[in-house]
Design a protein around this ligand. Structure first.
Ligand code: VGL
Ligand code: ZN
Length: 197
């Protein structure tokens, strides 16, 4: 159950992490039930958009020879190669005009699970006066987790959208452990029912 949180207000932002074709069923690195986050995220998007609150969408945007790919000795099959269909954000995710897309892990040598790593996401949030971020997307145990932990490390209040995240679960329980870690670092957990009144 989500903690009851105050209503949305100025200073809040929505961060949608890595909802991309390769992380959805049928994709190169499919997250189990990854597609289930989309209708729920669309509800969060509608709430933020109707209040003119900023929305950010991060995306994995790898070169074809990225270090996280198995061919290069990394842990993952090739996925989210920049400019390919697998890297696309599916059109059924209803991102409004004005959504800011943040591309990450764009160089061969470095991986970046966090939307803050090697990007200007923090500067963009500060420029818009954002002090609290609501985070959902894929995957709970990798990019969602690292984005949340970095947001906390940067002094932002964080609300994790428990009903709009799914885990890879390389090891069973990784998703639950990741959520515990986020909460231990001060993130609050919520669901859409706590926001839509
Ligand atoms: C991710 C594995 C590899 C993620 C990205 O978005 O969670 N996971 N690259
Ligand atoms: Zn990746």
């Amino acid at each position: 159950m989500g903690t009851r949180i105050p209503g949305l207000h100025a200073g809040d932002a929505l961060i949608i992490v890595d909802v991309q074709r390769d992380f959805l069923p049928g994709g190169a690195l499919a997250v189990p039930d990854g597609d289930k986050v989309i209708p729920v995220l669309n509800r969060y998007i509608a709430e933020f958009a109707s209040r003119n609150l900023p929305i950010y969408a991060t995306r994995d945007w790898h070169p074809a020879n990225h270090c996280s790919f198995r061919e290069q000795g990394g842990p993952w099959p090739p996925h989210c190669v920049a400019e390919t269909p697998g890297a696309e954000i599916p059109t059924d995710l209803q991102l409004p005009a004005g959504t800011e897309v943040i591309s990450k892990a764009r160089t061969p040598e470095k991986d970046a699970y966090s939307g803050f790593q090697g990007t200007d996401l923090l500067e963009r949030l500060r420029a818009r006066g954002c002090t609290r971020v609501f985070v959902g997307g894929l995957a709970t145990d990798y990019c969602v987790k690292q984005t949340v932990l970095d947001a906390r490390a940067n002094g932002l209040d964080v609300v994790v959208l428990e009903d709009a995240i799914r885990a890879v679960e390389v090891n069973p329980g990784d998703g639950a452990r990741a959520l515990q870690e986020m909460v231990a670092r001060g993130a609050v957990v919520t669901t859409i029912e706590s926001i839509v009144t």
